[in-house]
Design a protein around this ligand. Sequence first.
Ligand SMILES: CC(C)(COP(=O)(O)OP(=O)(O)OC[C@H]1O[C@@H](n2cnc3c(N)ncnc32)[C@H](O)[C@@H]1OP(=O)(O)O)[C@@H](O)C(=O)NCCC(=O)NCCS
Length: 169
Amino acid sequence: MSMDKIKGSEKIKIFRCDESCASGAAALCAACFNRNESAAYMAYFLTNKQTAAVCAKDGDTIVGYAAARVVADEAEIMDVAVSHKFRRRGIGRELMSSLEALCREMGVAKLYLEVRSQNSAARALYSSLGYEVYGTRHGYYIDPADDAVLMKKNINILNTAFADNSNGC
Ligand SMILES: CC(C)(COP(=O)(O)OP(=O)(O)OC[C@H]1O[C@@H](n2cnc3c(N)ncnc32)[C@H](O)[C@@H]1OP(=O)(O)O)[C@@H](O)C(=O)NCCC(=O)NCCS
């Protein structure tokens, strides 16, 4: 996948994840989230047929990762993470766009995610990509306590692109 929109990062490329990405993705998630998955679990997740996952690599190093679980025509975005020193260069946006394209290829029409209400960076990213808030789960997160904001995006082209064709064909 091409990476023209990532600022000052001509070496950075986006790839669809496979098993070889497991340890890098697990390390990035451990650094960005309050949890610690093993590389073995990540390898299991990445090789599952219901997983859609992409990563950004600087050379051989994974500096960004985004993944979703696909069920029928819906996908739930599980993780989006960019290595701290690579943030604000457009990698998160490109990962989300690539993940959306991959989900579309897998037959997904609706994307869902949840995000901490205090996570202004992620909320701004998702809003800018067309995700809309459809609910809140109060007190959903702990350590630190926070509400979950529920967001969704309809990527069903047939429902959106042709919705205004009121005259028919
Ligand atoms: C959220 C995250 C993935 C964004 O990655 P990123 O590569 O820095 O994002 P981008 O550079 O592509 O930014 C895209 C847009 O997101 C928004 N954004 C990103 N970081 C932001 C920040 N710190 N403050 C406000 N808006 C921010 C902006 O709208 C930005 O567009 P702009 O640069 O044109 O203003 C990154 O901050 C991260 O990994 N955070 C920790 C993990 C996390 O919270 N993941 C989300 C869990 S739901």
